[in-house]
Design a protein around this ligand. Structure first.
Ligand SMILES: [Zn+2]
Length: 356
């Protein structure tokens, strides 16, 4: 990736500047040239919403640490940086949840006990290229308890040349014994202006489209990038918004039928994407009720937002946003998806005279 970046850190990362700066300080040599960085930890945990940039940041950290030329930012040109860019650096490992066939599956897979055994064997051998080996373990909230327990000792005291970087949706979804062994960085949503800038600079998105995507992204650059690369990205959003509007005007039976179809679908990625969209929608309705429509995310739907804002009570919308937030939390953990989805649908504000 070319580094014409928003931040002054020169990392291939947009936003999260405070984390980048702390990591830069961690990898900077403190003694004479060539000495080991005294502040470098052995285990880092990056938490935050889906597609907010946890993996991008962890990879950039790995690249900076492995880079041959720089002690603060990856140069992007050395052999090590090129190997990272091509995804085949011999001292970098990406460990992802696997499904029962052993295929990577970030939605429904698990980090399995045999993967932990592999990591433990792997950390004990020396790096091939440079001074470090970096293990990026993705989606630690999907770790089987045996995986997590088996790794405790490694996380506590890995060999000197090993750095572990973990990502997870939030720290509360992990065993406290894991969290306490890591330096934790809670990534917050990236500013919409930074998302728009990234889309224009790095992905050549035109200004108007970048603005819309940035507002819809709720601070998740990864989501915005994905939308503009999918051929039907924004069409899918339009279809989902139309479904939401239909549900607002639907009766109890129609809503229960929709909950049933969602529950049977078992497509978590779509489900959580839909919940994120619904959250932006109801937050926008609340903004419209407060007379702040200009700050909304769904800038292309202002008249429908205003219509719903006028027809519903402030309290009802605020309560539903709380419900959405709570149910989304449950859905990450609960086994009773159907019950959670019933509540989600039945408590949605109702506009019975709604036209579609
Ligand atoms: Zn380099």
């Amino acid at each position: 990736m070319n580094a014409t970046l928003a931040s002054e850190t020169n990392w291939p990362v947009y936003g999260h500047d405070w984390v980048v700066q702390l990591l830069q300080r961690a990898i900077a040599p403190t003694g004479e040239t060539g000495s080991a960085p005294a502040r470098l930890g052995h285990a880092y945990l990056f938490t935050g919403p889906q597609q907010v940039g946890k993996t991008t940041l962890a990879r950039a950290f790995a690249q900076a640490l492995l880079c041959e030329n720089s002690d603060r930012a990856p140069c992007g040109e050395c052999r090590s940086c090129r190997l990272m860019a091509h995804g085949n650096h011999p001292d970098f490992r990406l460990i992802q949840p696997l499904n029962s066939d052993g295929e990577p599956d970030r939605e429904n897979g698990l980090l399995r006990v045999e993967q932990a055994a592999g990591i433990i064997r792997d950390v004990s051998t020396s790096p091939m290229e440079g001074r470090y080996k970096v293990f990026l373990i993705q989606d630690f909230q999907r770790a089987h308890p045996h995986f997590a327990n088996k790794l405790l000792k490694t996380l506590e005291e890995p060999p000197a040349q090993v750095v572990l970087a973990l990502t997870a949706s939030d720290r509360n979804s992990l065993l406290p014994t894991i969290v306490s062994r890591c330096q934790v960085f809670d990534l917050r949503p990236v500013d919409a202006a930074v998302v728009a800038l990234a889309l224009r600079q790095q992905w050549d998105v035109d200004a108007e489209q970048a603005e819309l995507l940035a507002r819809l992204a709720s601070g998740r650059l990864g989501w915005a990038v994905e939308q503009q690369t999918l051929p039907d990205g924004l069409d899918q959003r339009t279809a989902e918004l139309e479904t939401l509007w239909r549900l607002v005007g639907a009766n109890r039976i129609e809503r229960m039928a929709f909950a049933a179809s969602l529950a049977s679908n078992r497509d978590n990625r779509r489900l959580f994407g839909m919940l994120a969209l619904w959250t932006t929608w109801w937050r926008d309705v609340m903004l419209a009720q407060a007379g702040a429509l200009d700050a909304c995310s769904n800038v292309d739907c202002k008249s429908e937002l205003q219509r719903q804002a006028d027809a519903l009570s402030d309290a009802e919308v605020r309560r539903y946003l709380e419900t959405l937030n709570r149910i989304e939390g449950y859905l990450h953990h609960t086994v009773n998806t159907r019950l959670a989805l019933d509540v989600l649908l039945l408590q949605m504000p109702s506009l019975t005279t709604h036209r579609v």
